[in-house]
Structure formats: C-alpha cells, structure tokens
Design a protein around this ligand. Structure first.
Ligand code: F6P
Length: 358
C-alpha cells in the first residue's frame, strides 16, 4: 500500500508533528505501507519530485518546526493554466499519482491548498487533507494546527513591547499576520493585553482609534499598545471597490505596511511618538507549542483511520473536543472569519479593549 504526502502553502510549526501522527499510525496499521514524500508541495506532484520516506524519517520530528518535505505556494487560480512549457498541471499531478500507483494522497494545507485538494478529488484522486495554518481561518474546523504556536510568538512580542512601552511612554503598534482574517491578532491582542485591536473584519474609524489613545493619556496612562492585523482596514477604504482603492493608494504615501500607515496617522493627530514592531515570519517559526503537538498527533491519527476505512474526499477537523472530518467540497473556497458580533469580541469590549469601531 502506497500513500503520497505533501505539505503546501505557507509553513507553520506543527507540519512535521502532523506528518508524524499520520505516519506512525499507518506503520502501526500496516506492515507493508510505503510513504512517498513530494517535495515543495504540489510542485513535487506536478514535476514528479519525490522520495520514499522511511519510518526513521518520522522519528524525532514532533518538536521540529518547518517541514521535512519543503513547501511552496502553487496558486489555485493558476492550476488550470499551463506552465511556461505548456504543461497541464492537473494532468501532470494525476499522471504522477497514477504512475506511482498511490492508494491516496495526504495533503497538509491551508485555504488555497484545500481548494486544489478538492479539485484533485473531483478529478478522481483519493484525498485526505489536514487543516494547516497559523491563521485558523479554515472553514469546517474549530482549530487549525499552527495557530496556537503562532499566538504564543505574537503574544510574546506584545509582552516584550509592554515593558519598553511602560518605560518610554510611547504608542506602540505590533503588526500581526493575517491579511483577510483576524483570529491571530484577536488572540494575541487579548493574551498580550493590547489596548486597541484592529482586525480586517472590523473596519476601523480613525477618530475612534485616536480618541481611545487620547482617553488613555487623559487617564494618566503613559503608553498605549495596538495589535494590528496585516489586513486591518479603515471604514473609508472598506467602503471602496478594489479598483477604487488601488486608484486611491496610487496617490498616497507608500508605507512598508499597514502598521506604519496607522502609526503616521496617530502621530499626526496626537503628536505622540509611535513605534512599530513587525514580528513577521517569526510567527510561523520555531517549535510547535504543546497544544499543537497534541492536536497534530490526534489529527494525524484520524487521517490514518480514514485511509484504513478508505473514506476519501475529507478534511480531518476539530469540533469542540472531538476530532472528526468534513467533506472537502464543503471546505473548499470558504473562509472562517471573525464575526464582529461574536462573544469573544463582546467580552473583549467589556474589559475596555477598543476595536476602533465605536
Ligand atoms: O497563511 C499564513 C500567512 O502566514 C498569512 O498570515 C500571511 O499573510 C502570509 O501567510 C504570508 O505568507 P508568505 O509571505 O510566506 O507568502
């Protein structure tokens, strides 16, 4: 029995831990299982870059960050577009799968990767997928592996800023990953005690943000800390179409990222000194936290069970405390965003955190 495996899209901390969970369970279930590792995600499947993995390859990797297989971004929207040499990528992936006589393909990936996994399912391949991303934005699962490890790193960044902010009496902005979805910023912001949290799902009003800072100053607080998602957006910009926004940005000062833009706006309106910290890709780096190690091991074991039952076309997922699975066609193309009316936002507002909306 031969099983293919690949890790796709941006990496995260518990990819190796998850592959280990799948592999260890499969080795226990079957005497004759062979695992084929595709290099750099779907690229390896397209161009038949792979190597046979041994049981020893999965030893000692529970705590190791990154991915032993390598990864790359292969945009879903380009999957049906031939490569520079005219190669049909979907046909090439099917060809590799069939040539290797795979029983199934195990895909560890985020949103785009799940869409491609679903496309391969539609093309007749046996697929089992696992929910990977620090953004926790996959529909159909309460939790993705990588999220809690990234929360720890982003929280640690805010914690470190707290001590220096208190000494200097400045405004500090920590920019947290998440272009479309703000779970990571919300959790890290709450855990780090940020005063203002700006998320892509809750467009901010500049005046409200400025007033929240001024109010803290009035109360004698020496500093303010903002946790800002990469995709935070103002109310004015959120009301524009993509085209209008592009046009508007053309005539504006170009900032390295949204945190710098918000920082400049705060200085202009309050006269206060602002410093920006961008932890960036450190949020995806290092060891998985204990929560993710447990989650990955459980998800991996469930994926192996699905293979044993030949139950294909599913993404393994978390519902409450249980590990279950959801059909890939339900997951593909759907995002799990932060509902501005959800209880966690309401509770955060009760303790006085501003989301820049009111
Ligand atoms: O999908 C995870 C994520 O970390 C996002 O939060 C982030 O915006 C993006 O990937 C950055 O990815 P990269 O720079 O690796 O393309």
């Amino acid at each position: 029995m031969r099983v293919g495996m690949l890790t796709s899209g941006g990496d995260c901390q518990a990819l190796n831990a998850t592959m280990r969970g799948v592999a260890k369970s499969l080795y226990k279930m079957y005497d004759d299982v062979e695992i084929v590792g595709f290099e750099d995600g779907y690229k390896g499947l397209i161009y038949a870059d792979y190597h046979m993995l041994k049981s020893s390859d999965f030893s000692g990797i529970l705590t190791k960050g990154g991915t032993i297989l390598g990864t790359s971004r292969q945009p879903f929207k380009l999957m049906r577009v031939p490569d520079e040499f005219g190669l049909d990528k979907v046909e090439a992936m099917k060809h590799t799968y069939k040539k290797l006589r795979l029983e199934c393909l195990v895909v560890l990936g985020g949103n785009g990767s799940q869409k491609t996994a679903n496309l391969l399912r539609e093309e007749g391949l046996n697929i089992v997928s696992l929910p990977k991303t620090i953004d926790n934005d996959l529909w159909g699962t309460d939790m993705t592996f990588g999220f809690h490890s990234a929360v720890e790193i982003a929280t640690n960044a805010i914690d470190c800023i707290h001590t220096t902010a208190a000494s200097h009496g400045r405004v500090f902005i920590v920019e947290v990953m998440g272009h479309k979805v703000g779970w990571l910023t919300l959790y890290a912001g709450l855990a780090g005690g940020a005063d203002i949290i700006l998320l892509p799902e809750i467009p901010y009003d500049v005046d409200v943000v400025v007033n929240a800072i001024k109010e803290r100053t009035r109360q004698g607080k020496r500093f303010s800390i903002l946790a800002v998602a990469e995709g935070a957006i103002s109310k004015e910009d959120a009301a524009l179409s993509k085209k209008e926004l592009k046009e508007k940005k053309k005539n504006q000062v170009i900032y390295p990222s949204v945190a710098y833009e918000i920082g400049a706006m705060i200085t202009e309106r309050t006269g206060q000194e602002v410093r920006v910290t961008v932890p960036g890709h450190t949020q995806r780096g290092g060891e998985p936290c204990p929560y993710d190690r447990v989650l990955s091991t459980r998800l991996g074991a469930r994926a192996a069970q699905l293979i044993q039952k030949q139950k294909y076309g599913y993404m393994v997922s978390v519902k409450g405390d249980e590990i279950t699975e959801v059909p890939l066609q339900e997951v593909a193309g759907r995002l799990k965003t932060v509902d501005p009316e959800c209880t966690i936002i309401k509770e955060a507002k009760l303790v006085g955190i501003s989301f820049g909306d009111q």
